[in-house]
Design a protein. Sequence first.
Length: 191
Amino acid sequence: MASLAEILSDQQEDQLVLVDLLDREVGTMGKLAAHEQARLHRAFSVFLYRGGHDGRPVETLVQRRAAGKYHSGGLLTNSCCSHPRAGEPLDFAAQRRVEQELGVTGVRMGEVGSFVYRARLGEGLVEFEYDHVLIGRYDGPVTPDPQEASEVAWVEVGALLADLEAHPSRYTAWFMTAAPMAVRGMLGPGA
């Protein structure tokens, strides 16, 4: 099994955008170093959804992270999550990653909120992110990259939130906060 440093060095390591608690840029740092040193950095979580009209229930696309991911492998999470590159607008970064991870193009996404969280991930890594939550309506084919997601499924949002509450250990650290925020956005005002 490859070490964490080998996995990240095999990829062209992205420079993460370091931010303060108000999401103001304060510099950049390599992905591995930012996670080893627990530096606050910008991230995003995308929730694709369908339904909500013509009597169809609202469903969101959930993925199981590939076992080989450098953290949180095998856990359930939102449709796509990642980090914008230095100088890359958030909406462009989200479009880029949704296409790379899921083979999905042409989705218009909107931000429904943001939050800061910090979680120990094991192997000396700490996730400390200013996470922007985006949603986008989509009802087409999904072809996940197996190095990113081992499986994907459309799940009715009420059932998803109930399972999250009953079994939080099945999900990634950021999902507990991001999912209810995204669902409120999907269901609209008064949800």
